[in-house]
Design a protein around this ligand. Structure first.
Ligand code: NAD
Length: 300
């Protein structure tokens, strides 16, 4: 898709980080926006900011883990603007710690927001995009699923997050192949950023009460939280740069979107080890201090 003006973008997780940056970029391109987020006040503030800049935008409080709320989002987008051209399945949360220490509620929360949301988004939005393409030969649609480098690497103490992001990469690759069987008009991409300064390390700020843990975080969970906060806080790539890269990829029909070329070395090592049947190489080989910190903290 090269022409964005007047077309419609639906963005989940639009009140912060990448989602907000996608919304700002889409607005500057003259797109109409449907923004969804679980944080109602932040969503309202984002809608107000964009309207003040002249954008056509509606906001819908949405819990993306709930199928019926994604259906409501699709219905609202069609009712407001008649079509959807870009669908960003972007909302996500982070929970860390040694993989056996994650509670059932941790798994429910992370899988609900990071995986079920993308399943619902693909299941509900793809058919309406394909139907639009049937009606209009000039129609173009693009689905962008936000995964992560964690979709391609399995760093320690991020097991629940890794699992969900690998699932998003898998779902997106299959979507790519399935779409190619049936249409020239609807495409997709998977976004795999490394650390970027957003609110992701503070995901607990909007964790639903019914999925809250009864006990305090374990030592490994506290370590993982501190490391992620530090890594995202020190990140040199911004959410705005991610939005630029993503829109460029949409224009070029590029499937894989990466933000940190230096991280691809570890991805290559992982896949070579898989092919050559070697044991998994250390995903932190490029940052040995992270592993040292974890070992020192967890073994004392
Ligand atoms: N920041 C990074 O370093 C990084 C790296 C790789 C991938 N990601 C992914 O990028 C995506 C966006 O995250 P971000 O970094 O902008 O973080 P963020 O916390 O700034 O934004 C995430 C947004 O998702 C919303 N959200 C959370 N749960 C929701 C739910 N149940 N329903 C609706 N909205 C919900 C939050 O309210 C928030 O506004 C996530 O999928 C994340 O996993 C982030």
């Amino acid at each position: 898709m090269r022409n964005f003006t007047g077309r419609v973008a639906v963005i989940t997780g639009a009140a912060s980080g990448f989602g907000k940056a996608f919304a700002e970029k889409a607005a500057t391109l003259g797109m109409k926006l449907v923004l969804a987020d679980i944080q109602i006040e932040a969503l309202e503030a984002t809608v107000a900011e964009l309207r003040a800049r002249g954008a056509t935008v509606i906001g819908l409080p949405t819990d993306v883990s709930q199928a019926e709320q994604i259906q409501t989002l699709a219905d609202a987008a069609l009712a407001a603007f008649g079509a959807v051209h870009l669908m960003f399945n972007n909302a996500g949360v982070l929970a860390g710690g040694l993989v056996w220490e994650n509670s059932e509620k941790d798994w429910d929360w992370v899988i609900g927001v990071n995986v079920r949301s993308v399943i619902h988004g693909v299941r509900i939005f793809t058919p309406l995009m394909l139907a639009a393409a049937e009606r209009d030969p000039d129609y173009e649609g693009h689905i962008i699923n936000t995964a992560s480098m964690a979709g391609l690497l399995n760093a320690p103490t991020l097991g629940a997050y890794n699992l969900t992001k690998q699932a998003v990469v898998s779902l997106s690759e299959t979507l790519y192949h399935d779409l190619a069987l049936v249409s020239e008009h609807v495409h997709c991409s998977v976004l795999c950023p490394f650390f970027v300064a957003t609110g992701i390390s503070l995901s607990a700020r909007h964790r639903p009460d019914e999925l809250a843990n009864a006990s305090a975080p374990t030592r490994s969970q506290a370590m993982a939280q501190a490391q992620n906060q530090k890594a995202t806080g020190a990140a040199k790539v911004s959410a705005e740069q991610i939005a630029e890269l993503t829109f460029e990829a949409i224009s070029n029909r590029q499937f894989y979107i990466y933000s940190h070329p230096q991280a691809m070395h570890s991805v290559r090592e992982r896949f070579e080890a898989i092919v050559e049947q070697r044991n998994p190489p250390d995903p932190y080989a490029g940052k040995p201090e992270l592993r040292t910190q974890l070992v020192e903290s967890l073994r004392t």
